[in-house]
Design a protein around this ligand. Structure first.
Ligand code: ATP
Length: 247
């Protein structure tokens, strides 16, 4: 379980997030939407121990996030893939696990790459992969790390819409298999609704959680969901709240 109590992050002249209380259950998929600059990335980095709060407390399963992170229990996937350019896809997947002091398992890494649709690309360097493929490698890497918590910051932000939809379907299926705790930041309201058990709408500045939506969609979620009335209504509801935040 992830718990934030009264978390505030102040930079020199900006309060990026203020007094945020949040509880995320183990195995829950939470998405975060909000206007640009409202503190989404800061919230995610604070949960992951990359940013120290100036007030309040964060716990991941009763531990400080820095400790969870250095133990390899938190995996990050960023908008830019951050793969090592000189390493193959497979080496990129195994390397991070060895950095965390865990024994990499090549067969497991290969199986993950296969499950992400990358069979035959194990030896390819990132330069030879498309944007979507690189993000698939980055996701496989976070999973191979063995992290229970996945923090994803606009991971599909630079991808075309079709790849984005495909990866959304894959991520949700993967989550159903693995039941990781996922916090996923996005600018896309349909993506936020499609992926989530719970969608948080932030408003800034200072950033705070303005509204929470429990998403109700049939499983397994696939492309057919996009055309359903229920999906569209839930997207419209979140959009309305977002627009109200601007007023
Ligand atoms: N390291 C930093 N130093 C100073 N100010 C920062 C730093 N990181 C973030 N900020 C400021 O904190 C505020 C929130 O930024 P943050 O990146 O968390 O927002 P965001 O919602 O993720 O934005 P976007 O959607 O554009 O990525 C912004 O005003 C930003 O300029």
């Amino acid at each position: 379980m992830i718990e934030l109590e009264g978390v505030t992050v102040e930079f020199d002249d900006v309060t990026a997030i203020a007094d945020v209380d949040l509880r995320i259950e183990t195995g829950e998929f939470v998405t975060v939407v909000g206007p640009s600059g409202c503190g989404k990335t800061t919230l995610l980095r604070t949960i992951g121990g990359l940013q120290e709060p100036t007030g309040g407390r964060v716990h991941i399963r009763d531990r400080a996030p820095e400790r969870a992170q250095t133990a390899g229990d938190v995996g990050f996937v960023f908008q830019r893939h951050t793969l090592f350019p000189w390493k193959s896809a497979l080496e990129n997947v195994t390397f991070l696990r060895s950095l965390a002091g865990r024994e990499p398992n090549e067969a497991d890494a290969q199986a993950l790459l296969r499950s992400m649709g990358l069979e035959g690309f194990e030896n390819a360097r990132p330069d030879a992969l498309s944007g979507g493929m690189k993000q698939r490698v980055a996701i496989a890497r976070a999973l191979h790390l063995g992290a229970d918590v996945l923090l994803m910051d606009e991971p599909f932000g630079e991808l075309d819409e079709i790849t984005r939809d495909e990866l959304g379907v894959e991520i949700r299926q993967l989550w159903r298999r693995e039941r990781k705790t996922v916090v996923f930041v996005t600018h896309s309201v349909p993506e936020a609704v499609f992926l989530a058990d719970r969608c948080l709408v932030m408003r800034g500045l200072p950033g705070r959680i303005d509204a929470t939506f429990d998403v109700d969609l049939p499983e397994p979620r696939d492309e057919a969901v996009f055309g359903t009335r229920s999906f569209q209504e839930q997207v419209a509801r979140v959009r309305r709240t977002l627009h109200e935040s601007y007023d």
